[in-house]
Ligand binder design. Structure first.
Ligand SMILES: [Zn+2]
Length: 422
């Protein structure tokens, strides 16, 4: 999926920058009683040359030192370095119980590590990658509170002068006590995106990234999706209820003006410009893998030409594939019969899958088996699955049986099938 980024984001960045900006951005306020408490920090950013991306989520805490707050990384479970300072944030005002802090001054670096990872490209041991880039000419764009989450948008330039918009979500860290994390032991038969490795008393542990199932998993259709396609987009999302065997996934209409990324909605965004692909991003609790935000981008140009019915069948497959990523699933290019929407196919097969989805047919066997196993704890018969094969694994490519057949899912697939995900 990485190459897609080369084409992305002009649209998003332009959309944000052309919006009217508040005359003054209020400072962020932190209660003094929150010092020393744990917070979850999630970051995403948009840039013309790279596109939309997420940055590795962190558990952080704040310590005061005179006129600044030090934001410390508390994500590690063992061998963590509590002196690792992620940011030094000036205190701009103070009352008896609160501190005003200048996030724009303090947030001057973004880690290149994505929020989602996989042991095939990162490994099963945390390596504390320090690969980051600096933000110059920083300007606050907006700061708002969404229930307990502080949302801060910042505009800046990177070292090479390119404009970038960075989105920060900062909230008290309150993991759901009833969330059932799923430990990933290997990628031999199925693959989910994973948390970065954490040391747990005797071993490194990686959890699958997945939503909690105690509440509906809600996706919001952008108001920009034309009426003639909305029903097909809904079908593609609700395909996963067929796979789960219960109605866990729901679709709503996003209020007008709501676009991805958004802290309150898992938006399915209709991307109307540029020759880039449909793609999905997720942000999760770095300790448990619980997905907290999904941002899905659908490029209409990815669809086949054809008539409206064919376009909608194509769209059903694209959306089912991207929502699969949003639910945590990796690509699976395993050879054999088509058993998953997480593979790429030639156009006739895509249209066939789309027709089946539209008709409410049962989900494909791999999708059903692994999503019920990881999400619901259903037993999994490993022998029924062929060896798993995904983007960055050696000798694993989509369309292995026909290298010229990559015209099925234009845009995303063409980029996707030449460059590994990472
Ligand atoms: Zn994909």
């Amino acid at each position: 999926m990485r190459l897609l980024h080369l084409f992305t984001a002009g649209f998003f960045v332009a959309a944000l920058w052309s919006s009217p900006q508040a005359a003054a951005v209020q400072p962020a306020t932190l209660k003094k009683s929150d010092l020393g408490q744990r917070f979850l920090l999630q970051i995403s950013y948009e840039q013309k040359s790279i596109g939309f991306n997420t940055s590795r989520s962190r558990i952080v805490t704040f310590e005061r030192e005179d006129a600044v707050l030090r934001m410390l990384d508390m994500s590690g479970t063992q061998g963590s370095d509590p002196t690792r300072v992620l940011a030094t944030i000036p205190i701009s005002g103070e009352t008896r119980s609160t501190l005003d802090i200048d996030l724009n001054a303090g947030f001057d670096t973004v880690s290149r590590e994505e929020d989602r990872t996989g042991e095939d490209y990162y490994g099963r041991i945390d390596s504390h990658d320090a690969n980051a880039f600096r933000l110059f000419e920083r300007k606050p764009v907006s700061l708002s509170y969404h229930e307990a989450t502080l949302v801060f948008d910042q505009e800046a330039r990177t070292e090479d002068g390119q404009r970038i918009v960075v989105h920060y979500y900062l909230s008290p860290y309150r993991p759901r006590p009833d969330f059932r994390a799923f430990e990933m032991n290997n990628l031999r038969r199925f693959g989910f995106y994973e948390t970065y490795p954490q040391w747990r008393s005797d071993r490194w542990v990686l959890y699958a990234m997945k939503f909690d199932v105690h509440e509906p998993i809600v996706f919001a259709l952008s108001s920009a999706i034309p009426e003639r396609y909305r029903s097909a987009v809904r079908d593609g999302v609700l395909y996963w209820n067929q796979a789960l065997g219960r109605s866990l996934v729901r679709v709503i209409d996003a209020p007008p003006g709501i676009r991805a990324p958004n802290p309150d909605y898992n938006v399915i965004q209709w991307v109307t410009s540029g020759a880039f692909a449909s793609t999905s991003y997720i942000q999760s609790d770095p300790l448990t893998g619980q997905i907290l935000h999904a941002h899905v981008f659908v490029l209409p140009e990815t669809m086949s030409d054809g008539d409206l019915e064919q376009q909608n069948d194509h769209l059903r497959y694209i959306v089912a594939h991207e929502i699969g990523h949003a639910l945590g699933l990796r690509h699976n290019f395993a050879l054999g019969n088509a058993t998953t929407v997480m593979n790429y196919f030639k156009l006739p097969r895509i249209l066939q899958i789309g027709r089946h989805i539209g008709a409410g047919a049962p989900a494909l066997p791999y999708d059903r088996a692994v999503v019920q196993h990881v999400y619901l704890g259903a037993p999994l018969d490993l022998d029924m699955l062929p060896p798993f094969c995904t983007d960055s694994q050696r000798r694993c490519f989509p369309f292995r049986s026909g290298p010229k057949e990559s015209d099925g899912m234009r845009g995303g697939a063409v980029a996707d099938d030449k460059i590994p995900e990472k």
